[in-house]
Ligand binder design. Sequence first.
Ligand code: HEC
Length: 120
Amino acid sequence: MKKTKAIFLSATITALLFACSKRQAEELKPTNPSGPIAVTTANVTYSNFAGALFQTKCNSCHGPNGAIKSVWLFNGIASIKSDTRVANSVLVTKTMPKGGSLTTSERELLQAWFDKGMPE
Ligand code: HEC
């Protein structure tokens, strides 16, 4: 009886551990099943790069709860596509992100994303 219980318990724990590690692996799994693919100027999209960048670098001021939303409201890809000032402020005049900065590689990827016509 005791032994059966122990076996059952260890089987349950093993199953739980397996389920957890499997779920984590799924969450981290990129769209390419053969392994993580790096974001490059060739494959950059809104969902693999640009969206997160605007979210982290602009949303605090320009998001729906931001203090500067009246100047430009960031609320998704459409709000970027519909306003040419966005690319201009980040890549040409480089006045944005105000108080922050972008790395050279972030700028290159963003430039490529705009050049490609802002793919989703
Ligand atoms: C710390 C707050 C803050 C952050 C972060 C920020 N902005 Fe701004 N943004 C402003 C302010 C304030 C203005 C009003 C003009 C000014 O003061 O330069 C502005 C103006 C703008 C404008 C209007 C046109 C222009 O060029 O002035 C655009 C477009 C813009 N921001 C885009 C962005 C983008 C894209 C990002 C992220 C890469 C960003 N901003 C990050 C505060 C911010």
